[in-house]
Design a protein around this ligand. Sequence first.
Ligand SMILES: Cc1cc2nc3c(=O)[nH]c(=O)nc-3n(C[C@H](O)[C@H](O)[C@H](O)COP(=O)(O)OP(=O)(O)OC[C@H]3O[C@@H](n4cnc5c(N)ncnc54)[C@H](O)[C@@H]3O)c2cc1C
Length: 306
Amino acid sequence: MLLSLKIRERNKLATLFIPLVLSSTTLAFMSSPNHTKSKRNLSSLKMASEHTPPKKIVVIGGGIQGASVAYHLVNSLHFPSDGKVTLLESQKLASAASGKGGGFMARSWGDGSVTQILHEMAFDMYEELSSALPLTTYRKLPVLSVSPGKGGLMRPSADVAKSLPKWLDGNVGPIRMMGYGDDTAQVTPQEVVEKFVASSGDKLTVCIGTATGIEMNNDNQVTGVRYSTSSDGSGEQVLECDAVVVSAGPWSCIAEDWFNGIVSLPMEGVKSTSIVWSPPESNEVVDATALFCGEDHRFGTHCKSL
Ligand SMILES: Cc1cc2nc3c(=O)[nH]c(=O)nc-3n(C[C@H](O)[C@H](O)[C@H](O)COP(=O)(O)OP(=O)(O)OC[C@H]3O[C@@H](n4cnc5c(N)ncnc54)[C@H](O)[C@@H]3O)c2cc1C
């Protein structure tokens, strides 16, 4: 079972297909003077960028978002030369959704809302990263929409026939093109996480431990992150810092308890299943095509094959 993230207010998966650098699920805090809990307080929180750049930053969560934030921080022109980032991860890097996700991205599939630009920026960013890091699993690939059906594939269009993977069998109905591989791509998120960390040099340290709270001074300035390396949360230690980024996927909402009621994080986890298929050990080439499959009412199933 895996946990995906759901923004309670919008009642929909928030990050699917938007590989983000910074998103609504990633929150950066430095200081937060004299707040009581209200929506207005979120806007009056001082974000890291409004201050002199912090020198010691703890990023909580070693998934794609936390690793991306850490990588981009240490590579930022504004990051102090003596600055340090600690990536605090409770299990191991990419242990949750970022170790299972299909890593599919589509540049033009946004719905025109405020996140549309993120589709485009993130897609372009990963294309650049595929050479810069470099990423061996990055590939552009065609995408098909496949409906279930009993009749078998009836004369596919020329485009579909060209992109039809050899491994597609079973009872399929109508198939149509959703992407031609110019603005649709895929990368293994785990590789990205590992390469983000490996290419950040000694400015980035990974610490395995579970964040259990935040230390703040009398001015509500963040001074450290409490964490534990034991399964029962005992024996807390503190990572000193002057800024913290909470990027713990669906677990981020626990930070509501850490900031004296200052922030509201209306999100929760959604359990779902994932089947990870390993390619054959032989040198057989497996056609790279992403399929988005319709509901199969015979089994009540919905499937995405990447
Ligand atoms: C089956 C599946 C398929 C998907 N397919 C796609 C796709 O094709 N394209 C796409 O764009 N997206 C896809 N997604 C979504 C995408 O994988 C996620 O949006 C993304 O991986 C979330 O990354 P994250 O870093 O926010 O969270 P996560 O990967 O969940 O990472 C959070 C990390 O925080 C750590 N953590 C939690 N609590 C603490 C704590 N207290 N202290 C320290 N560490 C903590 C966890 O151990 C975890 O490693 C898919 C997701 C799933 C589950």
